[in-house]
Design a binder for this molecule. Sequence first.
Ligand code: GRF
Length: 189
Amino acid sequence: MAKLAVLVSGTGSLLKAMLDQKLYPDLIIADRPCRAIDTVAPLEARRVPARLIERTDFSSSFDREAYTEKVLEALTDWDIDLIAMAGFMTLFSKKLFDVYGGRVLNTHPSLLPEHKGRHAVRDALASGARVTGCTIHRATVEMDEGEILAQYSVPIHEGDTEKTLHERIKEMERKWYPRIIRRELALLT
Ligand code: GRF
């Protein structure tokens, strides 16, 4: 079987959904201490190794090349074939995509190309649209670009907040992202 790494920065509900669907990554990497790595990953600690490769600099002088090298080193040490970003908040430099081009997946909480960027859910709400959703795609060096593998729509309800809407989108992501990752892994095997 091809080997999977899941990259996290946040609450880890997508990671939890993968584990619940018995999709066990070969490696979990977090870029910061977060619930995903502190609470969710240890649930399966004996089965899945988790590594914190901490990003300490969030300023404009962040050395993206050096950070990308560190992550690449871990991925190649573990012979990882496929990378799935699951709420991972650091952009990599081109080097990662030179090595893993086409084998980096991401899920984004909007119907791309609508609402790229960090505030996708807030932007969808503010746009007055009645529908938004999630996009599962191959990641490239350009944020929220790359071949779209699947999109799922959800309604925007009267009175939705960023939180309630994001949760409705995440239900779709939790259901479908693990299945698409599994399919991609099978294609690489
Ligand atoms: C998801 O909505 C994903 O699209 C976005 O971050 C969220 C991750 O949620 N990039 P969680 O940390 O897995 O709960």
